[in-house]
Design a protein around this ligand. Sequence first.
Ligand SMILES: [Zn+2]
Length: 365
Amino acid sequence: MYNTAATRHFSGTYAEARRKFLDAAAQRGAAIESFELEAHRGALGEALATDVAYLGKPGAARLLIVSSGTHGPEGFCGSGCQVATLNDADLLSRAEQAGIGLLLIHAVNPHGFSHLHRTNEDNIDLNRNHIDFNAPLPVNAAYAEVEPFVLPANWPPTAADMTKMAAYIEKNGMWAFRTAVTSGQYTSPLGVFYGGTAPSWSNRTMRGILRKYGSAATHIGWIDVHTGLGPYGHGEKIYAGRNAPADLARARAWWGADVFAPFEGQSASADVSGPVVSAVYDECPQASAAVMGLEFGTLPDQEVMNRLRADTWLRRHPEAPEEQQRTIRQELRDAFYCDNDEWKGMVLGQSRVVLLQTVQGLKTA
Ligand SMILES: [Zn+2]
């Protein structure tokens, strides 16, 4: 059986992940800052916070950001990567020698991380919430058509619901169906991939963190760790930046030709509106940035989607029997976190490569 000490960096609950992160950061002598989500508590009654650990000279011109838990339980993976990084003396000394500041942002969505929801305390998908709310909201007209069978009255869906969904896919194609469901919608607050109608607490918190730690940076590399799309254990490099040729070219120069841009159509991800990392352009406009969602595959895409639908259905049906609630929670967690040594080893190997590539990219930028 494959087993390394590295898997000890992963945790089984948000509370444990937070403790491991803060302990590892303190041991490394990082500057730590915590932003508490005061109006809410966690699933175990614990406090909820986005925690920040910074290593390097204050105001470093070259800044490497690693964030976790944008999508709640996907944080089990990202937190493990962050704690492993804090224990990676070799990588840290390379960053330090290159004068790079390392900013680790733990649990962008602490409520979802603790309560095992991909969305936040208001069912907002944070990667659809970083849009310009002064402009008209993005329109996803197809969403209203698919919601009735994506989120049917009863769970699991009836044969009639499944027939309607199959008919839609038959008529419009799988790509159109997935885009309708996942690209983001701003009309159904208890729907899937809901982007909200105002900046969320996490959005405001992240912007404050970026202004504080990134305002002196000339070059920023940002890896936001995700899970749930693509082949098991594979880390897909999803370009999450703006559609600008120089920015995409920078990302590919640093991370390779296997950086997939959703707007070019080869990514496992739809072209989504308002990802968290896009805030770098608003808050650190002076910096050239390379930004990526590093997305680790877990279960087959269709299975992940079904479990996500069940999770959203549950938010609409808090009266569901307790056993069904438990099952949906557990299946949702398993959809975004493969709690075994093999998968964690794959994750840590690939995330370490990406971090070393980013150090190299920042160093030579
Ligand atoms: Zn995600």
